[in-house]
Design a protein around this ligand. Structure first.
Ligand SMILES: C[S@@+](CC[C@H](N)C(=O)[O-])C[C@H]1O[C@@H](n2cnc3c(N)ncnc32)[C@H](O)[C@@H]1O
Length: 278
């Protein structure tokens, strides 16, 4: 009996190179398109972004970003990267906690950075440099930053691995990549209240205030699709980070993930990974 090879195999049963290449190109194209759509969406809601953030989280987002900045621990007079910096709240939190630190605030949506620029007063304008750039191709030399943060941004980046690797490249040995992100909602938190909030309240309120239900539905969808803390840890280790740990906040509604690049002194005295290190 003759069998026709599977569509991704050549007639000898070997993986079809052309087909693999085509599939790669198609995926790349989808990622490029996704990036454009994300940038356009954040461009549309930039004016409402801060107000909605604080309202929908009842102001808790300010504390979450403060925790993120605290975990980052840049060198006292070093350069930190705030990726997907948006309206610059994390960049400002980093500067407030570390008076000698400067921040490269990278985001590919110009209207978000422009909105944030209003916050750069009282000397912050000399310490925070907003840069329009892509997290998958950072405009930074190797080993140039002593810490990196990303708040509510990593789930928008496709492929995530490209961003994990780029941040690793830009980090100095021993530096931390600190990720703040919502929990997936796959586990029932507060008797399912969190899921109800994601599915109904968030898109509804988002539409009411910003007029853009799609943007807030997208938010809920990306939260659900995001890997849980164990999968994300695996991803970060696969990308090359030496140690990864996380801290759950508000019963797992928000997670702080910390990934450390191997440091020069690693083999001598490895740090025990754990929340106590945040
Ligand atoms: C939910 S906002 C978070 C903004 C800010 N970090 C905060 O805490 O409010 C997500 C941001 O990620 C940015 N973003 C998404 N994909 C990106 C990429 N590939 N490179 C750079 N920025 C990206 C968007 O432009 C948007 O400003």
């Amino acid at each position: 009996m003759q069998r026709s090879p599977a569509p991704h195999m050549d007639p000898h049963g070997q993986p079809d190179k052309m087909n693999e290449k085509d599939q790669m190109n198609e995926k790349d194209q989808r990622d490029v398109l996704h990036g454009r759509q994300v940038a356009a969406m954040f461009g549309r809601i930039a004016g409402w972004y801060d107000f909605l953030n604080h309202t929908l989280s009842l102001g808790l987002d300010i504390y979450w970003r403060w925790r993120l900045a605290r975990a980052a621990r840049p060198e006292p007079d070093g350069l930190a990267l705030d990726l997907a910096a948006g309206t610059l709240d994390v960049s400002v939190a980093l500067c407030r906690q570390y008076p000698g630190v400067r921040v490269a605030a990278v985001d590919f949506t110009l209207p978000m950075l422009e909105r944030g620029q209003r916050k750069l007063t009282g000397g912050l304008e000399r310490r925070i440099l907003p840069v329009q750039g892509d997290g998958r191709q950072l405009p930074l030399p190797d080993e140039s930053v002593s810490a990196a943060t990303i708040a509510f941004g990593i789930r928008n980046i496709r492929p995530r691995l490209a961003a994990h690797r780029e941040v690793l490249r830009a980090l100095k040995p021993g530096g931390r990549f600190c990720i703040l992100e919502f929990g997936t909602g796959r586990r029932k938190v507060w008797g399912g209240l969190y899921n109800f909030y994601l599915d109904k309240v968030l898109p509804g309120l988002g539409k009411l205030i910003s007029g853009d239900r799609a943007a807030y539905r997208y938010l809920a969808e990306t939260i659900r699709e995001f890997p849980d803390e164990r999968q994300l840890a695996r991803e970060l280790l696969d990308a090359g980070y030496a140690r990864v740990f996380h801290v759950a906040m508000l019963s797992g509604i928000v997670y702080l993930h910390v990934a450390e690049k191997a440091g020069a002194s690693d083999s001598a005295s490895p740090l025990p990974p754990g929340p106590e290190a945040v």
